[in-house]
Design a protein around this ligand. Sequence first.
Ligand SMILES: C[S@@+](CC[C@H](N)C(=O)[O-])C[C@H]1O[C@@H](n2cnc3c(N)ncnc32)[C@H](O)[C@@H]1O
Length: 305
Amino acid sequence: MKPLLVHGDALHVGRHVAAGSVQLAYLDPPFNVGAAFGARRREGGHRARGPVAYQDRWPSIDAYLAWLEPRVAAVGEVLGPDGTMWLHLDHHAVHDAKIACDRVFGRRAFLGEIVWATGNGARGARRGPAATHQTLLLYARGSRPVWNGRDPLLREPFATTSLAMHFGQEDEQGRRYRERTVGGKTYRYYADQGRALGSVWTDCPSMVANTPLRRESTGYPTQKPLRLLARIVSASSAPGGLVVDPFCGSGTALVAASQLGRRAVGMDVGPLAIDVASRRLEAEGFPSERFADRLRSRTAKRPGA
Ligand SMILES: C[S@@+](CC[C@H](N)C(=O)[O-])C[C@H]1O[C@@H](n2cnc3c(N)ncnc32)[C@H](O)[C@@H]1O
């Protein structure tokens, strides 16, 4: 299946994706920062002087939540029994949004959070610590969400001290390992497999996606790094599974999903986002099917949905 790009509101995700069919929904909505985001039009150009890609302003946190919650609920409807929603926000709204997500999914559906350290320098905080991280909240639809914790993208190298202290043995192929006996059973851990990654991610610098000097950059504001999305897709979906990004922007999640052999559906209300994502997918070898939701009547469904 070609990736599907829908020009439309995330609220209507259920028109394009069957209820209960999604394994991973990645939501990277506006964060309620109180600004408009411009896009860089050409190499060397400035985002601030480019066309407005999207508005991220609400009159109050309540107004923002009144906008966000029904969209989260719409995504909840399309998630499958093994599906997970990842909601990507920052300090502006994440704590309030957690309460809203608890209302939608139930508190027990909360799987935890990822703190993504973006790698940007601290700036612009006069009254407290400058934010150098963003937060992703994970919610499961059912009791057995996909979690591929052994995937190489979800591992990190052991600490140097740990390697020096514990990995003194070598097998016949020359691989370093350690063994631990727990409850009478012996487990072997190989140094080259690394250790399981926890909830703080520091190795996906945002500048890779946002610096014009980097190949990955599309000029679209708030573009997320492909490495971050590849990890999320690897964690919460299986090859062939359906990945949905209802606020797709430049299409990072759709590219990651397609590269990893997942099916992908993206939505965005911004025409610029749809153009950028479409060109990007094409350039990566995944030409998409496009669909303009807003041209349809309120009750219309896409054929085959
Ligand atoms: C933070 S950006 C997404 C960036 C994207 N993850 C990337 O890597 O490029 C948020 C996106 O949400 C879109 N958006 C805002 N309101 C929307 C809505 N109601 N439905 C769908 N998309 C919306 C904006 O146009 C913007 O592209």
